[in-house]
Design a protein around this ligand. Structure first.
Ligand code: MCA
Ligand code: AMP
Length: 480
């Protein structure tokens, strides 16, 4: 038995709709099961075997979901990549994941030559998602890997969070039940499918429930307004909801049929939650998670969804606040079937991320109220979250520091009304350097994905430091 695939596929009526796109293409559960089996056959023919990694950098499409499920059906490990990653970033993932196959849209020629240089085969979805033999899913146990998701790292190097069949399945089962998803639901899907939120939380829950998805190619407020009447639920990052505010197409009346609006991946400000409820008559359900742990806590489905909090630990998930201060604030630690076994080929990082007694250290600062609601009040880790994408400042600092003429830099997050935070940089130059904001930004373009590139660069004569010599990012943030 293949733990994840046997739970996700095969139990829905063949003719029921799994997914519809805005151009009305419709995929039934029967189509999906067949496509997954056929693609599994093509992957096998391309030499992909159990345990092999399959890297995939393609634009969002139903084929992306077929490739995910087919890779898992083949017993292999799915490694989705942000479509914004540059050649330099892809080259690192090729080296680290050592994949059997890289799947690209036709156009990405530069990544194709990088793969060839490393002896990695390349395929395009059209070669894989097509008619062919339909092998049965390869047996896989609960603790076998189903996916590796790269998350950027404090040292400037991304690390691959390993996710087992059980990690993904246990979390999806718990969330389907908690959020009461059934085959009568239609989910408005506007998230990318290279991250936990859009790929696992959204898709795995809908597959388990046997529900339907309206699958948008990305977030577009006009498409949201057009398709929402046809849906019962949506999952999004806070930016989705703040962009809906003040748009006359979204109102108590037009949203009255929506059963559930979920927010996560970044903090939803309490004010935005309250404003949304006042304008739309809907209390957004905020939940909290991490790539390494899947979802950890959720506000209740029935019961108060408290603004500025992320609710209670999910059933089966243990959570504690480590070394709380006098206000009860400490680092959130997690244990349970949802938690990663560690980082791909990185025993050192894995060891650092768990306590001696086996709890995963999130690096988020939390506080639990007397009645059990968790609030995320800050981050111990030096991390910027922009529109739900994570950027570790170190990764950007390393690239800026490597530019000729740069002495040093500090990268930090600035508050932004649309994206929550945006990346900013303070840079110290050598006296002779011929660099300004525009040239610094331009020289990062082929090294870092667009969302990591600073929106604001300040040239300083020196970085603010405390007496220990540590750069004061709080000071930089306060100065803007
Ligand atoms: C796009 N751009 C961004 C971002 N997105 N810059 C900073 N931060 C971003 N998040 C850049 C583009 O490169 C482009 O630059 C310009 O902004 C406009 O691009 P566009 O595609 O029009 O942007 P958008 O459609 O308005 O996208 C904003 C978005 C999107 C809807 C917030 O970023 C998004 O869908 N975010 C969701 C991320 C997500 O799924 N996170 C889940 C991670 P230029 O104009 O210069 O070309 S999973 C996770 O965190 C855990 C497990 C959890 O708890 O869920
Ligand atoms: P990622 O590494 O992309 O999976 O991002 C995980 C991080 O996103 C967490 O460690 C938190 O810092 C943040 N996060 C996710 N959901 C929430 C939330 N509802 N409130 C605050 N922070 C969140």
């Amino acid at each position: 038995m293949n733990t994840l695939i046997s739970a996700l596929l095969g139990h829905q009526p063949e003719g029921a709709t799994f997914l519809e796109t805005p151009d009305r293409a419709r995929i039934t559960y029967g189509d999906l099961t067949r496509r997954v089996a056929q693609t599994h056959g093509h992957l096998q023919a391309a030499g992909v075997g159990p345990g092999d990694r399959v890297l995939c950098q393609i634009e969002k499409s139903p084929e992306g979901l077929v490739l995910y499920l087919a890779t898992v059906a083949a017993g292999a490990v799915f490694v989705p990549l942000n479509t914004g990653y540059t050649g330099a970033e892809i080259d690192y993932f090729l080296g680290d994941a050592d994949p059997a196959l890289l799947i690209l849209d036709d156009a990405k020629q530069s990544a194709q030559s990088l793969a060839e240089a490393r002896g990695v085969a390349v395929a395009i979805p059209a070669d894989l998602v097509k008619d062919g033999a339909e092998p049965a899913p390869v047996p896989r146990k609960a603790d076998d890997l189903a996916a590796i998701l790269y998350t950027s790292g404090t040292t400037g190097r991304s690390k691959g969070a390993m996710l087992t069949h059980e990690n993904l399945l246990s979390n999806a089962q718990v969330l389907r039940d908690l959020w009461q998803f059934t085959d009568t639901d239609t989910l408005l899907h506007a998230l990318p499918i290279f991250h936990t939120h859009g790929l696992f939380v959204a898709t795995n829950i809908m597959l388990l429930a046997g529900g339907r998805m309206v699958f948008l190619p990305g977030f577009d407020i006009d498409a949201l307004a057009r398709h929402m009447p046809d849906c019962t639920a949506m999952m999004g990052v806070p930016t989705f909801y703040t962009r809906m505010l003040g748009d006359a197409r979204f109102s108590q009346k037009s949203l009255a049929h929506m059963r559930l609006l979920v927010s996560g991946s970044a903090p939803l400000l309490a004010d935005a939650h309250a404003e949304f409820e006042a304008q739309m008559g809907q209390a957004i359900l905020e939940r909290y998670g991490m790539t390494e742990t899947n979802m950890i806590t959720s506000n209740p489905y029935d019961g108060p969804r408290r603004a500025g909090t992320v609710g209670f630990p999910l059933p089966g998930v243990e959570m504690r606040i480590s070394a709380p201060d006098e206000q009860g604030i400490g680092v959130v630690e997690v244990k349970g079937p949802n938690v990663t076994p560690g980082y791909w080929q990185n025993a050192e990082k894995t060891a650092e991320s768990f306590t001696d007694d086996g709890w995963f250290i999130t690096g988020d600062l939390g506080q639990v109220a007397a009645d059990g609601y968790l609030s995320i009040v800050g981050r111990q880790k030096d991390l910027v979250i922009s529109g739900g994408f994570n950027i570790y400042p170190k990764e950007v600092e390393v690239e800026i520091d490597a530019l000729p003429g740069v002495v040093e830099s500090a990268v930090y997050g600035l508050p932004d009304p649309d994206l929550g935070e945006v990346v900013a940089a303070a840079v110290v130059l050598e006296p002779s350097a011929d660099l300004d904001e525009a040239t610094i930004v331009a020289s990062l373009a082929d090294k870092l994905a667009r969302f990591k590139i600073p929106r604001r660069v300040r040239i300083l004569s020196e970085l603010p430091r405390n007496t220990m010599g540590k750069v004061q990012k709080t000071q930089l943030r306060a100065d803007g």
